[in-house]
Design a protein around this ligand. Structure first.
Ligand SMILES: *[C@@H]1O[C@H](CO)[C@@H](O)[C@H](O)[C@H]1NC(C)=O
Ligand SMILES: *[C@@H]1O[C@H](CO)[C@@H](O)[C@H](O)[C@H]1NC(C)=O
Ligand SMILES: *[C@@H]1O[C@H](CO)[C@@H](O)[C@H](O)[C@H]1NC(C)=O
Ligand SMILES: *[C@@H]1O[C@H](CO)[C@@H](O)[C@H](O)[C@H]1NC(C)=O
Ligand SMILES: *[C@@H]1O[C@H](CO)[C@@H](O)[C@H](O)[C@H]1NC(C)=O
Ligand SMILES: *[C@@H]1O[C@H](CO)[C@@H](O)[C@H](O)[C@H]1NC(C)=O
Length: 464
């Protein structure tokens, strides 16, 4: 800009002009100055007013867009004969003026010469895109659950109560009344587990725990494409209170347990957190609610593991796991499995203390962890209890299954935490690592008692 004088500012020029002529005609000059300043003020006000008007119209346009989903200047209407009609709003009326996208150049508005068929397609495409955007937004909002956990929320189909009424007779103690809730002072216990590639073992696990009087079972479906949705829908239509929540990805076990507890903490009194290879076995009670009434007044109850070995098997057989594996570790030092002191937990939901530190224990805001003796010698994160009481309740942990299944589990499938766990380069070594010493058929006996139809499997011998 060097060498060029800046254009004189209007007010400066007026002031200089005024200063030069003041002595000659003071009154007339003063009024000119006032007029000049007034006109500047007016111009500014007009500009501000117009800007605001434009802004308002823009807001209106946005609102109209959102309610109609249609492109601003193209309104799609369905006639009574359900054919699609297209109306072009050209800014002629106030209403149409509002619908115009003010930031769009005039030239881009459709003219009469335009190919209407093509326009129809475009408008329909825009309509679809808008709709999809809106749906995505709704999806994101609904995935962000009030409980703070995030997952793809899919409303489950209703439970078929006609079917449920017939189902009761298939269980030794019937099935819990689904109208019983935490708020009408009825005790209900739920079970939560995360599952991935476990369909061969799922139904037995679910039936077994309904047999113990569990009210509802929540499964975190860790498959990539929500494989268990149809299983859930069929089970619900057969009268079972199951619910499957999709959560793909790795390292979801603790998040999965957190999902169940956070989402359903007001619906049940207690919630157990077991995997599909873990079966609760009661030694002094016949129903889970009764055991918990005696042993879980606050916080979380730690239940000891019995670890079952491969027994004499070598491969899979299409028979119940509780029937196939009848040998476990013992209570003595030389028969104990290396993980003998691990526990899994059942939580009093009103004491839920948010995201857990370990899948073995739940975080509590009151009461802490206790075993069935009301005490326990726990590590920092509550994953082991040195005391290992086994007289009231234990968890049968079918860790090994048959050698071939164990190899697949350890070296092919990976854990839900995306690890190859216990995968040995020498297949036979891994397989032989644990067979179990102590004969224990209590889970199988209990399953046949509580869900009598399983007794038919005694007709089948396991040759595997
Ligand atoms: C469209 O349907 C409405 C209600 O169904 C009816 O009142 C109206 O007369 C119909 N209009 C035409 C053009 O058929
Ligand atoms: C208006 O048109 C411009 C340019 O085509 C576009 O970027 C903008 O998103 C449109 N605004 C609305 C509210 O549709
Ligand atoms: C209008 O566009 C459609 C689809 O692009 C085309 O099939 C049709 O021939 C066009 N009509 C005219 C009059 O150009
Ligand atoms: C509910 O279950 C009953 C009994 O099994 C069956 O007849 C009925 O078709 C089921 N309802 C639906 C909607 O499938
Ligand atoms: C539930 O029990 C508590 C005390 O144990 C009582 O105060 C409350 O009124 C009961 N609620 C219902 C719905 O029975
Ligand atoms: C459970 O709730 C029902 C109402 O759904 C009520 O009639 C019944 O008395 C309750 N049972 C107990 C033990 O509180």
């Amino acid at each position: 800009m060097a060498g060029i004088d800046p254009p004189p500012d209007v007010s400066t020029a007026a002031a200089a002009d005024a200063a030069a002529t003041t002595s000659i005609r003071p009154i007339r000059l003063r009024s000119i100055r006032t007029l000049l300043m007034l006109s500047i003020l007016l111009t500014c006000m007009m500009a501000a007013f117009l800007t605001q008007m434009a802004g308002m119209s823009h807001e209106q346009t946005k609102m109209n867009d959102q309610s109609s989903f249609a492109a601003p200047h193209l309104q799609l209407r369905h006639n009574n004969d359900s054919s699609l009609s297209l109306s072009l709003s050209m800014g002629a009326t106030t209403d149409n003026e509002i619908r115009r996208n003010l930031s769009e150049p005039e030239g881009s508005l459709p003219s009469e010469a335009i190919n209407v068929t093509e326009l129809g397609e475009k408008a329909a495409q825009q309509y679809e895109e808008k709709k999809q955007q809106e749906q995505q937004q709704q999806q994101q909002q609904s995935n962000n659950r009030p409980s703070g956990v995030v997952y793809e929320y899919i409303e489950p189909p209703p439970i078929n109560h006609t079917a449920r009424a017939q189902l009761r007779s298939k269980f030794r103690f019937g099935l819990p009344d689904l109208t019983h809730t935490n708020t009408n002072n009825n005790t209900t216990t739920a079970l939560c587990g995360i599952v991935k590639d476990a369909e061969a073992y799922l139904d037995e696990w679910v039936d077994y725990h309904f047999g113990l009087g569990f009210h509802s079972i929540y499964l975190i479906d860790n498959s990539d494409k929500h494989e268990l949705k149809s299983w859930q829908d069929k089970r619900r239509n057969a009268g079972y209170s199951v619910r499957v929540l999709p959560k793909p990805g790795t390292h979801r076990q603790m998040y999965g347990y957190h999902m169940c507890a956070a989402e359903f903490k007001n619906d049940h009194t207690f919630m157990a957190f077991f995997d599909v290879d873990e079966f609760l076995v009661l030694k002094k009670h016949i129903r889970v609610d009764d055991m918990l009434a005696d042993h879980l007044t606050e916080g979380s109850l730690a239940i000891s593991w019995f670890i079952f070995g491969s027994g004499g098997t070598s491969t899979y057989a299409p028979l119940p796991v509780t029937k196939r594996f009848l040998y476990r570790d013992g209570g003595w030092k030389n028969t104990r499995h290396s993980h003998w002191k691990n526990v899994k937990s059942i939580l009093k939901l009103e004491d839920y203390g948010n995201y857990p530190q370990s899948p073995h224990s739940m975080k509590t805001k009151r009461g802490g962890w206790k075993d069935t003796n009301g005490g326990g010698t726990f590590d920092k994160i509550g994953s082991v209890n040195e005391d290992r009481p086994t007289d009231v309740a234990v968890i049968h942990h079918y860790k090994y299954l048959s050698p071939k299944e164990y190899h697949w589990k350890s070296c092919v499938r990976k854990t839900v935490d995306d690890k190859f766990k216990g995968c040995s380069s020498d297949k036979q070594e891994a397989v032989d690592s644990f067979k179990g010493d102590v004969f224990d058929d209590s889970a199988w006996t209990m399953l046949k008692k509580n869900v009598p139809k399983y007794a038919m499997y005694d007709e089948f011998e396991d040759f595997m």
